[in-house]
Design a protein around this ligand. Structure first.
Ligand SMILES: Cc1cc2nc3c(=O)[nH]c(=O)nc-3n(C[C@H](O)[C@H](O)[C@H](O)COP(=O)(O)OP(=O)(O)OC[C@H]3O[C@@H](n4cnc5c(N)ncnc54)[C@H](O)[C@@H]3O)c2cc1C
Length: 489
């Protein structure tokens, strides 16, 4: 005899879990929603500011004709058809309705300009949350008033499938083991970015070089249970690489405004072999910037010389801070398209050195030695870059001439380490277009679903450049799973 019973158990009360749980109660299912933490919301609430949609009422009102067909084609081109076509179609087709559904349930959004500089010519797709925290509370209130039960401080421990019709879920509820009998389980516990062992196993860089902004409580619990049931995990190991960050070696909370801004600008970058490796204005697209950092071993150094530092101390620079638009969009203020001056830049750089995030040296030889680089190679790369600057044409990587302003010639030289940054993992178990979990033989495992960051198939090796697509995947995959589970009780 179990302690509780329900039609459906949803594991994890983030974006996809709330989507699944609320959608299922709307179809009259009896739902228990488990949340490991003492608060619901996950990265879908504390992190995300909005989600993608194609063909929403807000887009139609703005005479924006971007359609689910456009989105489908864009996604499939981006992933070279290595992703799940039916799943992608299902998500983009539902995305407009989900904007209305969220609003009707109390989480309103507004259609804003895409938040990244290079996406300004792309049709607007980013629907920014309005009054996010109250909006999430409204969704939860609707879930409970539909008869749903939220168990916080509760984590799933085990799933036993003695019988195809009844599943027994063992839970740890604030230290006490209990059980729930149910018919279907939807795993929405947010992937595994909070599990260092799993990250180590599946990441392609040294995990010490990964800076995670993701949900720490997402420790792969659901993926592990589903793998034990034979789920196909071949798509695991895709990370939501997003920009790059300068991180203190000693203080995880360290933040310095000047260093943060300089990281978001296209100065000279050198990879772990001391080579220039990219047109640094890639920093204006967070997914591509993240991918470039990740595929270059997980970090690079941006390099300034003293002449540049002197310039930045007193001059404003006619460049855009790549992150500024994100913050100004939220605050409804205009983007300035200028940065600096940075009167304290020398002490800011000294602080970065003290935090173990940067090196400074009087000569290129000494800087190279400190970074473990071959000085000859670094010199060759600096010579190449300095020629690019004097020619005002980037024959190496095609960085626009506007950004070819600062040569690197005069010591002291500063190298600031920017690390691969992730918002979470976005590969887990294979699913079909109803979010049923698929086993290693390509067949549905009955009565179990995976949504949001637990599910593979929407992406290939990386997170695409469509703004808000990961949260859109979470909400829409959750809703589809919740509806399907409720309809098939
Ligand atoms: C800083 C940041 C900014 C972001 N910005 C955006 C954005 O603007 N737009 C966008 O599209 N995406 C954004 N994302 C990504 C987006 O937040 C995620 O794609 C989305 O939240 C994934 O939804 P999910 O339901 O899978 O996981 P989550 O929303 O993280 O929810 C997972 C939930 O499961 C709970 N849980 C974990 N383990 C268990 C367990 N064993 N039992 C019970 N509960 C458990 C967790 O506590 C958590 O509440 C951002 C992410 C971050 C970190």
């Amino acid at each position: 005899m179990s302690d509780f019973n329900a039609d459906i158990v949803v594991v994890g009360a983030g974006a996809s879990g709330i989507g699944a749980a609320l959608a299922a109660t709307e179809k009259n299912a009896k739902v228990i929603l488990l949340e490991k933490g003492d608060k619901f919301g996950g990265a879908g609430m504390f992190g995300a500011q909005g989600l993608f949609a194609a063909g929403s009422e807000l887009q139609k009102k703005a005479n924006n004709n971007y359609s689910p067909d456009d989105a489908y084609k864009e996604m499939m081109n981006y992933t070279h058809y290595r992703s799940n076509t039916r799943l992608t179609r299902a998500i983009v087709d539902k995305s407009a309705d989900t904007i209305s559904w969220l609003a009707n349930n109390g989480l309103k959004t507004e259609l804003v300009n895409n938040t990244q500089e290079v996406h300004q010519e792309h049709p607007r797709v980013y629907h920014q949350y309005i009054d996010k925290f109250n909006g999430f509370q409204n969704l939860m209130d609707n879930f409970t008033s539909n008869g749903g039960q939220l168990f916080t401080k509760t984590t799933i421990k085990k799933l036993v499938r003695d019988d195809k019709k009844v599943l027994k879920v063992t839970i740890d509820q604030d230290g006490v083991e209990k059980s729930i009998d149910c018919q279907k389980v939807i795993f929405s516990d947010g992937g595994f970015v909070g599990n260092p062992k799993m990250v180590d196993k599946y990441i392609q860089i040294d995990s010490d070089d990964l800076f995670s902004m993701g949900e720490r409580k997402a420790t792969g619990d659901g993926i592990k249970i589903l793998a034990s049931l034979g789920a196909d995990t071949s798509g695991i190991g895709t990370f939501e690489n997003h920009a790059a960050s300068v991180v203190s070696k000693t203080d995880p909370k360290w933040h310095n405004d000047t260093i943060f801004t300089l990281t978001n600008l296209p100065f000279l970058w050198l990879n772990r072999r001391g080579e220039r490796f990219v047109n640094e204005d890639i920093c204006y697209d967070f997914a591509l910037w993240g991918n470039s950092t990740y595929t270059n071993g997980g970090y690079y150094y941006f390099v300034l010389d003293q002449k540049t530092v002197e310039y930045l101390k007193t001059n404003q620079l006619n460049w855009t801070n790549s992150f500024e638009r994100t913050f100004t969009t939220l605050a409804h203020t205009p983007v300035t398209h200028v940065v600096g001056p940075f009167p304290e830049i020398e002490s800011d750089l000294a602080e970065a050195v003290a935090q173990g995030a940067a090196k400074v040296a009087n000569t290129i030889e000494n800087l190279s030695e400190d970074l473990g680089f071959d000085a000859k190679k670094v010199k060759e790369n600096l010579d190449g870059y300095n020629k690019v600057i004097s020619a005002e044409k980037d024959s190496e990587f095609g960085k626009p001439s506007k950004f070819l302003k600062f040569s690197v010639e005069q010591g002291p030289f500063y190298a600031i380490k920017a690390q691969s940054t992730t918002l979470g993992t976005i590969g887990g178990v294979a699913v079909d277009d109803k979010l049923h979990v698929i086993n290693n033989e390509g067949q549905v495992i009955e009565n179990v679903y995976a949504t949001g960051n637990n599910a593979s198939g929407m992406y290939d090796t990386s997170y695409p450049t469509l703004e808000g697509i990961s949260c859109a995947f979470a909400w829409n995959s959750g809703r589809i799973a919740g509806e399907d589970a409720a309809e098939n009780i």
